[in-house]
Design a protein. Sequence first.
Length: 384
Amino acid sequence: MTSEKRIKQTLRHIEPDRIPLDLGASVVTGIHIVAYKNLLSYLGIKKPDFQILLERPQIAKIHKDVLDMLKVDAQGLFPNPSSNWRFDVTEDHKYQYFVDEWGVKWRRPKKNGYYFDVVENPLRDEVQEKDIDNYPWPDFADRRRIEGLVKRAQNLEQEKGRALVLEGPGGEIFDTAFLLRGYENFYVDLASRPSLACYVMDKMLELQLQFWEMALRELKEYVLVVRMGDDLGMQLAPRISPRMYRKYVKPRHRKLFSSVKKMAEGRIYIFFHTCGSVYDIIPDLIEVGIDILNPVQVSAAKMDTKRLKKEFGKELTFWGGTVDTQDVLPHGTPEEVKEEVKRRISDLAPGGGFVFSPVHNIQYDVPPQNIMAMWEALQEYGVY
């Protein structure tokens, strides 16, 4: 069975020959560059070059022969930066800095700095709708973003037959509004100036639709899955109340997902990434059209895998949820990792609808022994 067929079957809720595996097909199912280098050293694999897919979380691009060795079933297509933006680092004695294409400023400590964190929100001051209109927004219809992706898709299709995942361009409807306005400001907007909050989110929606219309016009025949996201959850509850989600965010998600499926002529599955406790709004996410839920944060409230599978397993594919990455994967023993993987497979795998991937990215402090214990448990317990 080819990798693409294996993933197609599980997305159709049919058990394939084995549970399909994803590592690195998106920027939310990957591995930190430090953990990746440590893993290759542990396996005795020497590489002269390393590339980073996304600078903020320092996610590594995984080498083709490593994907082959680990029997990974999915591979990503990643948009290029736009024509008028490039990653440009400045620094002082303590930090490295860059400004992204939205105008958000990020920094990383030069000593023991593993990630870039937000330090400046460009629309943090008092703003009106005219300020939103006049802001220098990124060009999401810039063809530079998809340059070369058709050829790359054709090459990947011929090489290994992995299922192709098209990564989104960033600029999520809900999440990016926080980055632009600042967390406190955007929460206040939602509570006291919802018309302004919605005006910002509508701009995000407009840009998203521009990108997907351009990208899917050329890539829909090659791509099985499109990766979108909007972090809606925290550790104990959603970031906003279900009522507020349904009133302000859900209509915009509905518009985005229905439009993307129409553009793709029904050929693609929508992979939706949201961290945290989102149990209370999963029915809403299903209603607006998501097919795949990721990362299935098992350590968050109400995110028990047995319960999720029982209640939502007929409608959703769970892409992730294989082992807790907050505690067990970085801090447990290899035996503890294997036991958790065995339990999550038992919960999520029956009937298909499950792609094996850790809960979000493998972080810098995960020992290579635990990464391989996770993989070995899949080989042992992942056959149908």
